[in-house]
Ligand binder design. Structure first.
Ligand code: RAM
Length: 347
């Protein structure tokens, strides 16, 4: 394991130098003898590298790669922007990696770079936050987006006891996964106008998955008298909002998608009566095995393909809602006072 850590460090160091020495130096040294290629390497490109959720995804991705003895690399922007992800993808093409798994900061803007990667023979999947169907061979879907969106708004409605404004503190304005979940929240309300007549969505704000910006957005919501419940469909927004509501001794309640390890105190003190998530480590692990099946030509990414995903067992590729394909990890878990004690030490 130690050797693998050293190897990963060297790879990241090499990549960092190549990233910042500009394109010319890569093309000039791109000779067979001293080609700094990363061939054989599986890369997870995060929304942003600081996010603890993304680090847990990589933990699973790396575990899978160790099991089938492939090199893995963890990369991503400092802040969740699509431009930085494009730059990373372009470098990875030059470095001749074998596969890219990406949590996208935009559904469509990555398409030229990811299409170029696939044209160069690199296998491409998205996970957690999908690119459009033409930008990848398959998407790793943590759970049914419709189920996530509807569960979150129903939960907020129940916590509000049927009356009071609901605010959403999301990630970035372009985040494909959060925007899909929010669209299902709105659809649930639009399809049930009577039920939600007194619990409308009164505000949607964006914390950019930045703890500081999320906290300042939460402070503004906390003084809005029309708001009774906040939904944060991001683990960064959840933790930042919970801290603010506690510090301000607010009566506003919180639900959303949170890491049990970070949110346990707020479930125990009642600020967050319940929340949902899935295991991010399993997402990364499943992504690693999916890439491996593509790279080894065991699957093409088409509907009906089946493959072994290590300790997760046999998985089948199904149609997604956009005409593309996906592999679904499972159902979202609900975390509350009755089960948080067992989960807070797991992830
Ligand atoms: C943040 C990210 C990620 C999302 C989780 C719930 O970590 O926005 O994409 O899936 O929250």
């Amino acid at each position: 394991m130690k050797q693998n850590k050293i190897f990963s460090f060297i790879i990241v160091a090499v990549f960092s130098v190549l990233m910042f020495t500009g394109c010319n130096s890569i093309s000039q040294t791109n000779k067979a003898s001293d080609d700094p290629s990363l061939s054989g390497t599986y890369v997870f490109v995060a929304k942003d590298m600081q996010n603890p959720y993304m680090q847990k995804v990589y933990e699973g991705f790396n575990r899978a790669c160790n099991e089938f003895k492939a090199k893995s690399l963890y990369l991503g922007p400092e802040a969740p922007t699509s431009q930085k992800q494009i730059e990373i993808i372009e470098r990875l093409i030059e470095l001749n990696v074998s596969g890219i798994a990406i949590a996208a900061n935009d559904e469509n803007e990555l398409q030229p770079a990811l299409s170029a990667a696939m044209d160069a023979g690199i296998k491409v999947i998205s996970l957690d936050s999908a690119v459009n169907k033409d930008s990848r061979q398959v998407h790793i879907q943590q759970a049914d987006p419709e189920r996530i969106g509807r569960e979150l708004i129903r939960s907020a409605h129940e916590i509000a006891e049927g009356s009071g404004g609901i605010a959403i503190l999301s990630s970035t304005k372009q985040a494909p996964n959060q925007n899909l979940w929010i669209s299902w929240m709105k659809k649930e309300i639009n399809e049930n106008p009577q039920k939600y007549a007194d619990t409308p969505i009164v505000k949607i704000v964006y914390g950019d998955d930045d703890p500081t910006k999320s906290a300042s957005e939460a402070q503004a919501l906390a003084v809005d008298p029309s708001i009774k419940v906040i939904i944060a469909p991001t683990i960064i927004g959840m933790k930042a909002t919970a801290d603010v509501l506690k510090d301000m001794d607010s009566s506003i309640k919180l639900t959303g998608l949170g890491l049990p390890s970070k949110m346990a105190p707020f479930i125990e003190n009642g600020i967050c009566p319940r929340m949902y998530l899935w295991n991010p480590v399993d997402i990364g692990y499943l992504a690693g095995y999916t890439l491996n099946a593509l790279i080894d030509n065991k699957i093409t990414g088409d509907v009906g393909n089946t493959f072994s995903a290590g300790s997760l067992g046999e998985k089948t590729i199904t149609a997604d809602a956009t005409g593309g394909t996906e592999v679904i990890l499972g159902d979202p878990y609900k975390f509350d006072l009755f089960n948080i004690a067992e989960w807070k030490s797991i992830y």
